[in-house]
Design a protein around this ligand. Structure first.
Ligand code: UD1
Length: 417
C-alpha cells in the first residue's frame, strides 16, 4: 500500500487539466450493455473505479479495452448476468448493470452493495423503479435477482432524487415497451450525459437535467461513440487547492456552469474566481472568511465536495456551519482533520467549523475517496509533513493527483508505506 506525503506551505501556480467525470463514465459503461457491438467512450479518466467497472463488464462476457483515455466496450459476447460480491463490494456503482441487464437480456443477479464508511446506502429506489417497469425482483443470499420477459413503460415517482436510481431507471426504460415518465428525477450533469449517450444509441430520452424525464422505449439500440464530460468534482477539488494555498491556478477543460455553486461559495469567502467558456481562473488569498454550506442534490452544493470545502473552512476566519443533507453521517474526514489541528464539532448532520490560524502536519488515514482529497488539500497548507495512508481511496476518483499537484508546485509524493 502506498501513502502520500505532502509538505505544506507552497502556493500553487499554473494550469491543470481536468479529466473526464468518474460519475459520468461509470453509468455510460453500463449503458453499453443496452446494445450489442462495440461502443467507444473517449476522455475516460484512468481510475480504479473505471477498472472495476471494466472487470464487471468483462465478467459478464464483454470485451473491454482501455488505451490511453479511450475505452472500447464490445458487448457482442455477453454470456453472463451476474455482478458478484467481490466486485460490487469494492464499488457500489456496479449496481448500474442491473437496469441494462434486465432490459437487454431479461435477467440480472447483482450483489447488494451494502454500506460504506459513512453509513448505509440503500438501493430500494432502484429496485422499486425496476419493479414498476415490470421486473420481478427478489433478494436472495445478499443478491438482487431480477427477471423480466418484457419491461413496460410506466410512471415512476421517486420519493427523493437519487442519481443512481434515476440512471438505472433511464437505462431500463430506454429498452422497455412504451413510454416511461420519471418524476422527481436527479438533475445532475452526469444524468444529462447518460441521456445524451443513450440518445446517440438511438434512444429517445427528453427532459434530462429537469426533474421530470420522459423515456420512449426502443426495441433495439445500436452501439455509439461518446466523449465523457469533465469531472466537476475534480474541478472543484482543484479550485479549493488554489484557494487554500493562496495560489493562482487555471483549470482547463471544465464546465464552469457545473461548479456554479462552488464558485459562489468561494467568491463569498474572498477567493477570486473568473470563468471563461471552458476554463476557470482561481486566485486565493491569505485571509478568507467562513461561509456556511448546505449540501443538496444538483444544482445545490455537492456532497462530494463537502469534505474538501471543510478543509478550506478550517483556516477561514469566523465559524461556519456545514450541513450534510444528502448523506447525513458523511463526516469520517472530521477526526482526521482534527489530527491536523482543525477545530470542528459535529452535531447530528451538521459540522461547526471554527477558525485556526494554521494546520499542522500529522499522520492521517484516508477513509474514503473525497475524505482523502480533503486530507491532501489540508496537507497543502499544514505546517510540516502530512502523511496520508490508505491512498487507494484517492485513486478511485483522482487520476494522477500527486503529478497534477506537483506540476502546480506542491511538495507531494507517493511512497510505499
Ligand atoms: C451518486 C454518486 C456519489 C454522490 C451521490 C450524491 C456515482 C457513481 N456516485 O451516488 O458520488 O455522492 O450520487 O450526489 O454517481 N437513496 C435511497 N435509496 C436508494 C438510492 C438512494 O434512499 O435506492 C438515498 C441515499 O441514501 C442518499 C440519497 O438517496 O441519501 C442520494 O443518493 P444517490 O443520489 O442515489 O447517490 P448514488 O447514486 O449512490
Amino acid at each position: 500500500m502506498d501513502k502520500i506525503v505532502v509538505k505544506g506551505g507552497r502556493k500553487l501556480k499554473g494550469r491543470v487539466r481536468i479529466g473526464g467525470a468518474k460519475n459520468a463514465v461509470l453509468p455510460m459503461m453500463a449503458a453499453c450493455l443496452l446494445t450489442r457491438g462495440e461502443s467507444v467512450i473517449r476522455n475516460v479518466p484512468v481510475l480504479a473505479d473505471v477498472i472495476t467497472m471494466k472487470k464487471v463488464l468483462e465478467r459478464l462476457g464483454a470485451r473491454v479495452a482501455l488505451r490511453g483515455h479511450t475505452l472500447r466496450v464490445d458487448t457482442s459476447t455477453i454470456t453472463d448476468h451476474e455482478a458478484p460480491y467481490e466486485l460490487v463490494r469494492t464499488m457500489r456503482a456496479s449496481v448500474y448493470v442491473l437496469g441494462p441487464l434486465v432490459a437487454s437480456i431479461g435477467k440480472a443477479k447483482v450483489s447488494l452493495p451494502g454500506g460504506c464508511a459513512w453509513g448505509p446506502r440503500p438501493v430500494d429506489l432502484h429496485i422499486r423503479a425496476l419493479q414498476e417497469l415490470g421486473a420481478r425482483i427478489e433478494i436472495d443470499h445478499g443478491y438482487i435477482v431480477a427477471g423480466a420477459s418484457v419491461l413496460k413503460g410506466n410512471t415512476v415517482v421517486f420519493s427523493l432524487p437519487s442519481v443512481g436510481a434515476t440512471a438505472n431507471t433511464m437505462m431500463a426504460a430506454a429498452r422497455a415497451r412504451g413510454k416511461t415518465i420519471i418524476v422527481n428525477a436527479a438533475r445532475e450533469p452526469e444524468i444529462v450525459a447518460l441521456a445524451d449517450f443513450i440518445n446517440r444509441m438511438g434512444g429517445k430520452i427528453r427532459g434530462a437535467g429537469n426533474d421530470t424525464i420522459e423515456v420512449e422505449g426502443r426495441a433495439e439500440l445500436s452501439p455509439a461513440e461518446v466523449r465523457v464530460i469533465p469531472d466537476r468534482i475534480e474541478a472543484g477539488t482543484y479550485m479549493i487547492a488554489g484557494a487554500i494555498t493562496a495560489g493562482e491556478i487555471e483549470l482547463e477543460n471544465c464546465v464552469p456552469e457545473h461548479v456554479e455553486v462552488i464558485t459562489q461559495k468561494l467568491r463569498q469567502s474572498g477567493v477570486v474566481v473568473e470563468k471563461s467558456r471552458n476554463s476557470i481562473y482561481v486566485r486565493g488569498k491569505r485571509r478568507l472568511e467562513s461561509v456556511d454550506v448546505v449540501t443538496a442534490p444538483y444544482p445545490g452544493f455537492p456532497t462530494d465536495m463537502q469534505a474538501q470545502y471543510m478543509s478550506l473552512m478550517t483556516i477561514a476566519r469566523g465559524t461556519c456551519v456545514i450541513s450534510e443533507t444528502v448523506f447525513p453521517d458523511r463526516f469520517t474526514h472530521v477526526p482526521e482533520l482534527r489530527r491536523l489541528g482543525a477545530n470542528i464539532k459535529i452535531d447530528g448532520n451538521t459540522a461547526h467549523v471554527g477558525y485556526i490560524k494554521r494546520l499542522s502536519g500529522a499522520p492521517v488515514m484516508a477513509t474514503d475517496l473525497r475524505a482523502s482529497a480533503a486530507l491532501v488539500l489540508a496537507g497543502l497548507v499544514a505546517e510540516g509533513e502530512t502523511h496520508i495512508s490508505r491512498v487507494y481511496h484517492i485513486d478511485r476518483g483522482y487520476e494522477a493527483i500527486e503529478e497534477k499537484l506537483g506540476a502546480l508546485g506542491a511538495d507531494i509524493k507517493r511512497v510505499p508505506e
